[in-house]
Design a protein. Structure first.
Length: 511
């Protein structure tokens, strides 16, 4: 009798009217975050010119969002399980739109860094809630795979839409306008989401443990900050202290979760080899990609002289590849295998990054466009299947926590990638030798060099810019090589960790 009732409930859930329209609302939230992440790269040269940040401040503007969001994702995912995933999504979307205005009107580097950090707080509520609601909207495994594919494809579409729309805005308005495009998306999301999204929460969640929230936030920020500072400035006692504090906080977080009757994050999730393998694959993939992507827009604009809109179009192949791959990834994983699709995707990204090690100032677009297309296809296959694996590995009551772990790996990888690979680019760039009279600001960032050239004699400016661009490209090529090694290592790790893993609805259950 119980099984009959469960089957009836499942059928009702599968046939829930309006579930695909509800999915449309969820992907708007994904679009919001994806657009925001990509427009920043295009706006960086303009922010550099207007706010005049140092090289270190510029990196903080780029990665403080990821630092904060990585520290809060688990907490916000767990909070959504407790108070309602629809509620936290709508509150977070409203805050995200409002704080975007703060970003748009920042007048100093410090204000911009604070604005990006607050945006991270709001952003931490969005991504876990969207995936968790998908888990509760779509109980049929094949429908859920398609829904996750659409979710991932929308994120990729956002990475394409961001540079194109952002490039258009940058050519016609000031750089703050790229953040204001979040507002209409937020308004639609909230107004439509109130009507269409079903509320879901865990039945008996237990209290939300504030001590665990603090330990998670301090731990993630401390560790990532230490890695960033060590990569940028070398060893220092303050850096070591931050790293030790972060590691101690994370250790305390894990110990506390194992003791609590209703933990913020159930650490037993990691006993599932498929879950752990998917999370690790996500982290290493983004680590290998993010630092390179952060500087690619600067390469297209400041080295090759493309206009912002043209630079946005130049990055389009990556998004197209990711959209197409994301929509067919679930079917491919059932026909072949999970590990074949994920490992193959990661290896493809690694080989594409390896091809970018030959970049120079005059590299033609065919090589760059092809590499970006391969990166997009590989990422679309890998991310879609790992997200499906993570959601399928847990009961729907833990969907928020599991989704938060997945997104934490993504954001932590982004922060580490920008910190490590970005610091490689910055470290190589700063050593360029310019002509006599080259100002110190030119060594802080390539944007600073372009601005400094405007006040120098023509011959000296040309020589300085050529040296600066050559050094920047050398750093970019080195970062691409390191990223390629990371991605190929991730492909090997995924091949072993995802052995025997299958998606639900593929004929047999995974072990």
């Amino acid at each position: 009798m119980t099984s009959t009732l469960q089957a009836a409930k499942t059928t009702e859930a599968v046939q829930r009217p309006g579930r695909w329209l509800a999915l449309g609302v969820l992907v708007l939230a994904v679009l919001l975050v994806a657009v925001d992440a990509t427009v920043l790269g295009l706006a960086t040269p303009y922010i550099s010119e207007d706010l005049k940040p140092s090289g270190t401040q510029l990196l903080w503007i780029g990665d403080v969002y990821s630092f904060v969001i990585a520290g809060l994702l688990v907490s916000m995912g767990s909070l959504g399980d407790r108070i309602g995933r629809k509620r936290i999504l709508l509150v977070g979307a409203t805050a995200f739109g409002a704080i975007s205005v703060f970003n748009a009107y920042a007048t100093t580097p410090e204000m911009m860094i604070v604005a990006r950090a607050l945006l991270g707080v709001a952003g931490a509520t969005l991504m876990p809630a969207t995936l968790a609601l998908i888990r509760n909207l779509f109980h049929d495994p094949r429908e859920r795979s398609l829904a996750v594919g659409i979710w991932g494809a929308t994120a990729s579409a956002g990475t394409a839409l961001g540079p194109i729309v952002g490039g258009f805005l940058l050519e016609h308005f000031w750089w703050g306008s790229v953040f204001l495009i979040n507002l209409p998306v937020m308004v639609v999301l909230v107004l439509v989401g109130i009507k269409l999204l079903p509320e879901s929460r865990t039945a008996n969640p237990g209290p939300w443990d504030l001590a665990s929230v603090v330990l998670s936030l301090v731990g993630m920020i401390g560790v990532v900050y230490a890695i960033k500072e060590a990569a940028t400035h070398g060893f220092a006692w303050s850096t070591l202290a931050a790293g030790l504090l972060g590691a101690a906080a994370l250790y305390g977080f894990v110990r506390r979760q194992l003791r609590l009757p209703t933990p913020l994050l159930d650490m037993r999730l990691f006993r599932n080899r498929g879950f752990s393998g998917a999370v690790l694959a996500d982290l290493l993939t983004i680590l290998g990609l993010s630092g390179l992507v952060f500087f690619l827009s600067q390469y297209l604009q400041l080295v090759q002289g493309r206009r912002p809109f043209e630079a946005g179009l130049a990055e389009l192949p990556a998004a197209i590849g990711a959209v197409v791959a994301g929509l067919i990834a679930g079917r491919a994983a059932r026909r072949l295998s999970v590990r074949t699709v994920v490992s193959g995707g990661l290896a493809a990204i690694g080989l594409a990054l390896a091809a970018l090690t030959v970049l120079d100032q005059s590299t033609g677009y065919p090589l760059l466009g092809t590499a970006l297309l391969v990166v997009g296809v590989g990422a679309g296959f890998s991310f879609t299947v790992t997200a499906d694996v993570i959601l399928s590995s847990v009961p729907k009551e833990q969907a928020g926590s599991a989704s938060a772990v997945s997104e934490t790996a993504y954001e932590l990888g982004a922060a580490l990638g920008i910190a490590a690979l970005g610091s490689i680019v910055t470290g190589v760039y700063r050593d360029f030798t310019g002509p006599a009279g080259t100002p110190a600001a030119a060594h802080e960032s390539l944007g600073g060099a372009v601005e400094a050239a405007a006040g120098m004699p023509a011959d000296s400016a040309a020589a300085m810019l050529d040296a600066a661009r050559t050094s920047f490209v050398d750093g970019l090529a080195l970062a691409a090589g390191v990223g390629a090694v990371v991605l190929l290592a991730a492909a090997v790790a995924a091949w072993f960790l995802l052995r025997g893993q299958k998606l639900e609805g593929g004929g047999t259950k995974h072990p």
